[in-house]
Design a protein around this ligand. Structure first.
Ligand SMILES: [Zn+2]
Length: 287
């Protein structure tokens, strides 16, 4: 077993430990309040807890993008019920993390879940190490692109390359000129999940490829709905982080010193997933 494998394994174990702590701490608590907001025409966004859930309503059923944590299932369903009586037929999954795919097991009996092949593999690998319940893999997978046509509407899912993980999908609603980025845009600073195959070098290339789509509205993985300029600004921020860390490494700075800089300049908290996954991964990738 080489050092990379050991590093990947220990990062994986840390992830499981923190997931388990997060899971157990949430038992017995009320699921956080979710709200559903109209994005455009028949497209809505469910915000609160976990990742943003896009809801495309058609006359033949609902297409979801992501399904938050398993604890959010009932609130997701009741929020959908407030805008349509149509049942959820498809869930297009952006990536394997439990705050985006945690509801999969609850939807699988009645809906088809679709993800990249890599996202499915990532879920299975975590499952073998006793991942928290709720994260079930998709039954249908694709490697490059797929689409769902329902009630005369189209939702397209495409893997543009590595970034947040090695299995990120961007979902495109062509008629609405809107995309859901998954965590390729999330919050203010990128989380690069190196144990899950992420890459800060590939991240900007992946977004550059997606920017070629014709769209004006962006539902990020986390945070408020924005536009193409907002996504471009986020992309530049990823590049700035990469250049900053590359520069520090060129100056001969080690992981501890680089860690202090990203904590101060990017607000990465001690013990956060950014410090566990992104920092050591960047030290290796940008060397
Ligand atoms: Zn994520």
């Amino acid at each position: 077993m080489n050092r990379t494998r050991i590093a990947r394994l220990s990062a994986g174990l840390l992830f499981l430990l923190f997931s388990w702590i997060a899971y157990t701490q949430n038992q017995g608590q009320q699921a956080p309040q979710l709200t559903i907001n109209k994005v455009k025409d028949d497209l809505y966004n469910i915000e609160g807890d976990g990742g943003n859930v896009a809801v495309l309503v058609t006359g033949e059923g609902v297409i979801l993008v992501d399904d938050k944590f398993d604890r959010d299932h009932d609130a997701i369903v009741s929020n959908i019920k407030s805008v349509t009586n149509q049942p959820v037929k498809y869930v297009l999954s952006t990536h394997h993390h439990a705050d985006h795919s945690g509801g999969n097991a609850m939807f699988l009996p009645t809906a088809e879940i679709i993800s990249t092949a890599n996202a499915r593999t990532n879920i299975l690998e975590h499952k073998q190490s006793n991942a928290p319940p709720g994260v079930a893999p998709a039954r249908l997978v694709f490697t490059q692109e797929t689409a769902v046509f329902l009630g005369g509407k189209e939702a397209r899912a495409r893997h543009y390359g590595r970034g947040h993980t090695n299995g990120d999908a961007i979902i495109y609603f062509p008629a609405l000129r809107t995309i859901h980025t998954g965590d390729l845009m999330a919050g203010t600073s990128p989380l690069i999940d190196y144990p899950g195959g992420g890459s800060v070098v590939e991240w900007t290339k992946t977004l550059d490829a997606a920017m070629k789509l014709d769209f004006d509205t962006v539902i990020p993985g986390h945070g408020k709905v924005t536009n193409k300029a907002g996504l471009l600004a986020y992309r530049h921020n990823v590049e700035k982080l990469r250049n900053r860390v590359s520069g520090l490494i060129r100056e001969g700075k080690g992981q501890d010193d680089v860690g202090k800089v990203v904590m101060a300049e990017y607000g990465w908290a001690a013990g956060s997933l950014n410090m566990q996954w992104s920092l050591p991964g960047m030290m290796t990738e940008l060397k």
